[in-house]
Design a protein around this ligand. Structure first.
Ligand code: ACM
Length: 527
């Protein structure tokens, strides 16, 4: 064979391997494994459930009901096993090796095997992701050796279901999409000025009243706002939430709930005006922006919100509980004699220190149950609570300050991770909140700021993409805004920095988008 032919074969082979996010190491070898009725899935007791998961992934498109067995009688098998010697791959790494008779997926943990399975799916033709039988496709896996592990432990996607309620079926689809991209945190933004979406048994009005607004602004806020005249709302029952958490856990996704306080809470105040500074009856907000109506940080409110968090902790097993803390206008605190007296009595400097004091009360409460508080970077103002982790959204400055002060950080800067921003020329795109964040810019992001020392950089847990839904009324548009930017973010979160390459990513993405087609994801086409 002359060199030209070898080179051509090489590129054709590489064309068959388009894994997103890009693995740490891939080596193609000779041959191929063809999935067929004789293929068995071989598991040990610790990988049995994962074997069932793999069989369920492969069945709809192929029509094959592959048996999941304890030991292989045949000579054509996919073998899933834990291997205690693979400590170097870390708690989420894996090894996949494919030769014509055998696929082996090995890892130190079940999470690792799960990620190996995700990679294996991507080694098959994209149609494997179809939920319906696909004919005329040969289910081929190229012979390959892959060793892989993630760069960051927090690989997150957020979804705001307060501005627009998203049906529960879509929450499941979103979690599936996270898992395909080896993302492992679903940040569920459950409460805000425009809606309260989580059932709380002790305070039923939170959803009876707070889950519904009488109408919604059309377009952007302005002096002459127009409304649609249609009630909007919905909430998730505690039973639905338990099921979502269980479903996510089976896909190695931790669901991080966010309950906003002491601002972004007008829906809660509509339900329980006594939580507010003024005590006045407000309605669930019907337009976009930040409400001036915030919580009174007194003992009544603290007890109330801790009751809410108690129910939240029963539903969610996430070590982290998100308490919001962003964008709290302080005018009502400034104007309130009661709040000013509190500031004096507590010996605090100002309203920022009061907010910090309030957040500290939540921090110690969560800590007493073995949980960790996480909040948006405003929780730095007035002093960071001792156990707090910071989600840095107004750029990286908050994250840098927190890491330098020995606190953990999740990078979520609006400059690179806000998927409610335009992804192309606004004149050619559906209405969005503003901003400009093309795919390439997401991809270029490095979550570790160069101003941190190595020790400080260890506090960067990872990175997260945000989907705020003021201008995203339904799942189809969530998909349009989130994909393919979330694919780029997945690679930011997973792939070692030195292996990132935008051109290589884009060529893999072309294949990857066929997978999203097979799933039925309304992503924005790349041009
Ligand atoms: C935020 O975007 N207000 C966290």
């Amino acid at each position: 064979m002359n060199l030209m032919v070898v080179a051509l074969l090489g590129s054709l082979c590489l064309g068959q391997v388009s894994v997103v996010p890009r693995p740490s190491g891939i080596r193609l070898t000779e041959g191929r494994f063809v999935l067929g009725p004789d293929t068995q899935i071989v598991t040990d007791p610790q990988t049995d459930r994962l074997g069932q998961t793999l069989a369920a992934y492969l069945r709809p498109a192929t029509g094959l009901a592959l048996p999941v067995v304890k030991s292989s009688g045949g000579d054509h098998a996919i073998v899933l096993s834990l291997d205690a010697s693979l400590v170097d791959l870390g708690p989420e790494g894996y090894r996949v090796s494919v030769d014509p008779n055998r696929v082996q997926i090995k890892a130190l943990t079940q999470a690792g095997v799960f990620y190996g399975i995700q990679t294996l799916r991507q080694l098959l033709p994209p149609a494997i992701f179809s939920g319906k039988p696909v004919s005329g496709v040969e289910w081929v896996i190229p012979s390959v050796q892959i060793e892989d592990r993630p760069r960051f432990s927090w690989r997150g996607m957020h979804l705001d279901v307060a501005r627009h309620f998203m049906p529960i079926e879509f929450i499941y689809k979103y979690i599936d999409l996270l898992a395909i991209h080896k993302m492992n945190r679903f940040h569920w933004h459950l409460t805000d000025d425009q809606g309260w979406r989580i059932e709380i048994k002790k305070y039923p009005r939170l959803t009876q009243v707070g889950a519904w607004r009488k109408e919604t602004l059309i377009g952007r806020p302005s002096k002459q706002m127009q409304f649609d005249g249609r009630p909007h709302g919905g909430f998730y029952t505690q039973e639905q939430i338990r099921q979502v958490v269980r479903y996510a856990k089976e896909r190695f996704v931790t669901v991080v709930p966010e309950i906003e306080m002491p601002g972004h809470c007008q829906a809660a105040l509509a339900a329980y005006p006594e939580l507010g500074v003024t005590g006045r009856q407000v309605e669930v907000m019907t337009y976009w922006g930040v409400s001036e109506d915030i919580m009174n940080p007194n003992e009544f409110t603290i007890r109330f919100m801790q009751d809410v968090l108690s129910e939240v902790m029963k539903l969610f097993d996430s070590p982290f509980i998100h308490i919001g803390g962003d964008e709290v206008p302080k005018a009502q605190w400034k104007a309130s004699p009661e709040v000013q007296a509190m500031i004096k009595e507590l010996g605090l400097q100002d309203e920022h220190e009061l907010q910090s004091w309030f957040i500290r009360r939540m921090d110690s409460f969560l800590a007493s149950y073995g949980r960790r508080l996480i909040g948006w970077d405003e929780i730095l103002e007035g002093g960071l609570a001792p156990g707090a982790t910071v989600m840095s959204w107004r750029g990286e400055a908050g994250g840098i300050a927190a890491a330098k002060a020995d606190h953990d950080v999740v990078m979520a800067p609006n400059s690179h991770t806000y998927f409610d921003y335009y992804q192309a020329d606004p004149n050619t795109e559906p209405l969005a909140i503003g901003g400009y964040l093309p795919l390439e810019k997401v991809y270029s992001y490095d979550p570790v700021p160069s101003s941190l020392t190595q020790d400080q950089a260890r506090h960067i847990l990872g990175v997260q993409g945000q989907v705020w839904t003021e201008y995203i009324p339904e799942p189809n548009k969530v998909e349009y805004m989130a994909f393919p930017r979330a694919c780029a973010l997945a690679e930011v979160a997973w792939t070692q920095r030195e292996l990132k390459d935008i051109e290589d990513f884009k060529s893999r993405l072309r294949v990857h988008l066929q997978r999203l087609d097979a799933i039925g994801v309304n992503y924005r086409p790349i041009r």
